[in-house]
Write a protein that binds this ligand. Structure first.
Ligand SMILES: Nc1nc2c(c(=O)[nH]1)N[C@H]1C(S)=C(S)[C@@H](COP(=O)(O)O)O[C@H]1N2
Ligand SMILES: [Mo]
Length: 263
């Protein structure tokens, strides 16, 4: 499987010649979106400014993302972004089979709560077959199993003044001279409480692999790939995104991707 993880730029450049459907294990592509200077992509990015308000107005708050049938899973889930975190915290958990792992919910809540993997697995589970769309030009249909986030937020008691959930991850997506940059993203509370927003620990009827975000990866099904945080350890309720990273609400958002990231 690791052989399939190849440099994206090279991949996009060479995809036509290589018959690349096979190289991403069958995930569909919309290659032109991967090219930064493509006029179609630019139009799409500008349209994103309008997307948040327009989508919320048009689709309402709790409309479900499309779910697919078993026979529509035609490929494995292509790993992308971080696939093997090397922070000491993560490497420690991984070698301990994630036994000491805890998911923490903190910030603007009545009480900070945390859950072990065993506790999360024993909670009511939801399984959904959905399509993951990465802005870089590919989609995969995969089956995700996990426990809905909403009831856990209720256990913590989200304060009425909280507006966003910030999702903190273990992986060092980027290393700089001034230290590692850890992956994070965020959503509003509508997406956090959405019935398909699950803390997933299962992928295609198997335990979630490290390359796809073990032990816990949040699915936010109406949003693009970069809004699906892998290696999640803390959910922080806040009323302001500016203190985190560069202040745009996520690692990719900080480099210019749309915050809402709706599909
Ligand atoms: N922690 C973390 N979450 C992440 C990323 C990442 O690098 N680190 N990449 C994002 C992007 S851009 C995509 S497309 C998906 C890839 O998920 P996959 O590896 O399961 O396909 O994860 C998203 N969530
Ligand atoms: Mo992505």
């Amino acid at each position: 499987m690791n052989k399939l993880i190849i440099n994206r730029r090279r991949f996009l450049a060479g995809s036509a010649a290589l018959g690349s459907g096979l190289m991403v294990s069958g995930c569909n592509q919309f290659d032109f979106l991967g090219q930064r200077d493509n006029p179609v992509r630019n139009v799409i990015e500008q349209a994103n400014v309008l997307t948040y308000k327009a989508q919320r107005a048009l689709i309402g708050d709790q409309v479900l993302a499309r779910e697919y049938g078993q026979s529509e899973i035609r490929q494995g889930m292509k790993p992308n972004g971080s696939t093997e975190p090397t922070t000491p915290e993560y490497m420690f958990l991984r070698q301990a089979n994630f036994e000491p792992y805890r998911l923490t919910i903190k910030g603007m809540v009545d009480r900070e709560v945390s859950f072990s993997l065993a506790e999360l697995r024993n909670m009511p589970a939801r399984t959904q077959i959905t399509r993951h769309d990465c802005v870089e030009g590919w989609s995969c249909i995969a089956k995700w199993t996990g426990t809905p986030l909403g009831p856990l937020l209720d256990q913590a008691g989200v304060k009425s003044t909280a507006r966003f959930a910030v999702y903190h991850c273990y992986d060092n997506i980027q290393r700089t001279l001034s230290g590692d940059i850890l992956y994070y993203t965020s959503s509003d509370l509508v997406d956090a409480y959405h019935p398909q927003s699950i803390l997933s620990y299962g992928l295609n009827d198997q335990p979630l692999p490290v390359s796809n975000g073990a032990p816990i990866r949040l699915r936010i099904e109406r949003a693009l790939g970069y809004k699906q945080p892998k290696y999640l350890h803390t959910i922080e309720l806040v009323d302001d995104l500016s203190p985190f990273g560069q202040g745009k609400g996520g690692y990719w958002e900080d480099v210019g991707y749309d915050w809402y990231g709706g599909i």
